[in-house]
Design a protein around this ligand. Structure first.
Ligand SMILES: Nc1ncnc2c1ncn2[C@@H]1O[C@H](COP(=O)(O)OP(=O)(O)OP(=O)(O)O)[C@@H](O)[C@H]1O
Ligand SMILES: [Mg+2]
Length: 232
C-alpha cells in the first residue's frame, strides 16, 4: 500500500463578499497516495484554484488541517514551512511565470540554486536532464519570449520538477494552448507520473487530461466527488 502524501481534513475557506460570505470550500476531505495522478474538475468559480492554492500553501484555510508527507503544515515554523514549499511542492500555472531575462536553462536551474550556490554544476546537469525529459534540450539558451506557448509550459514543468517535489501541483497547465500542443503536454505529464512515480494534482477543464489521471475529482458546492478511472 502506497503511503499517504497529502491529507486534507475538514478544510474550510470563505471569502468575504459584498452580499454574504462566499463559502467556497466546505468541510472538504481528501487523501492522496504517493504516485497518484489526480485531476480536479469543476465549473468556473467552483473553487478549484482556491483549493490548489490552499494545498500549495499560497493561501490559508479558515479551518481544517493540511498534512503534507505526514506533517501538519499549520504546526511548522517559518523555516520549515519554506523548506516544505521549496522542496516538497512544485507549481505549474496556466501562465508560465518564467523569468523573462533568463534563458530556459537558467529558469529551470533557479529553484535548485536557492540556498545552494555551491553545487551549481550539479544543478546545471540536472536542469539539462529535465529539459531533455520534456523535449526542450534543443532550446536551452532561448529566453521565454523566444519560445512558443507549449515550449514555455514545458520549461515551466521542468522548473517545477527541479527540486524533485513530493507533489506536482498544476492549475490548468494547458488552458492557454491549442489542442495539439495540449495533447503533447498531457502525454508528457502521464509519462512523468508513470516513469518517475511523480504524484500529480492537476486542475483542468480538459476531459482528455482528466482521462489520463487515476482519479477524477469534481469540485461541487465546496466538496469533492470522486469518479475512479480504471487505467491499465
Ligand atoms: N480573493 C478573493 N476574494 C473574494 N472572492 C474570491 C477571491 N478569490 C476567489 N474568489 C471567488 O471564489 C470563487 C472560486 O474562485 P476560484 O478561482 O477558486 O474558482 P475556479 O474553480 O478556479 O474557477 P476557474 O475555472 O474560472 O479558474 C469565485 O466565485 C471567485 O469569485
Ligand atoms: Mg481557477
Amino acid at each position: 500500500m502506497n503511503k499517504t502524501i497529502l491529507k486534507l481534513e475538514g478544510l474550510n475557506k470563505k471569502y468575504s463578499g459584498n452580499v454574504d460570505n462566499l463559502h467556497i470550500i466546505r468541510d472538504l476531505n481528501l487523501e492522496v497516495k504517493e504516485g497518484e495522478f489526480i485531476s480536479i474538475l469543476g465549473k468556473s468559480g467552483s473553487g478549484k484554484s482556491t483549493l490548489l492554492n490552499l494545498i500549495g500553501m499560497l493561501d490559508k484555510p479558515d479551518s481544517g488541517k493540511i498534512f503534507i508527507d505526514g506533517e501538519e503544515v499549520e504546526l511548522l515554523d517559518d523555516k520549515k514551512l519554506d523548506l516544505v514549499k521549496n522542496k516538497k511542492l512544485g507549481f505549474v500555472f496556466q501562465f508560465h511565470y518564467l523569468l523573462p531575462e533568463f534563458t530556459a536553462l537558467e529558469n529551470v536551474m533557479l529553484p535548485g540554486l536557492v540556498n545552494n550556490y555551491k553545487e551549481k554544476e550539479i544543478i546545471k546537469k540536472r536542469a539539462m536532464e529535465l529539459l531533455a525529459e520534456v523535449g526542450m534540450d534543443h532550446r536551452i539558451t532561448h529566453k521565454p519570449m523566444e519560445l512558443s506557448g507549449g515550449e514555455k509550459q514545458r520549461v515551466a514543468i521542468a522548473r517545477a520538477l527541479m527540486n524533485s517535489p513530493t507533489i506536482l501541483l498544476m492549475d490548468e497547465p494547458t488552458g492557454n494552448l491549442d489542442e495539439e500542443t495540449s495533447e503533447m503536454i498531457h502525454k508528457l505529464l502521464r509519462k512523468i507520473n508513470v516513469e518517475k512515480k511523480q504524484t500529480i494534482i492537476v486542475v483542468t477543464h480538459s476531459k482528455e487530461l482528466a482521462n489520463l489521471s487515476h482519479k477524477k475529482l469534481y469540485l461541487k458546492k465546496g466538496v469533492l466527488e470522486v469518479e475512479e478511472n480504471n487505467l491499465s
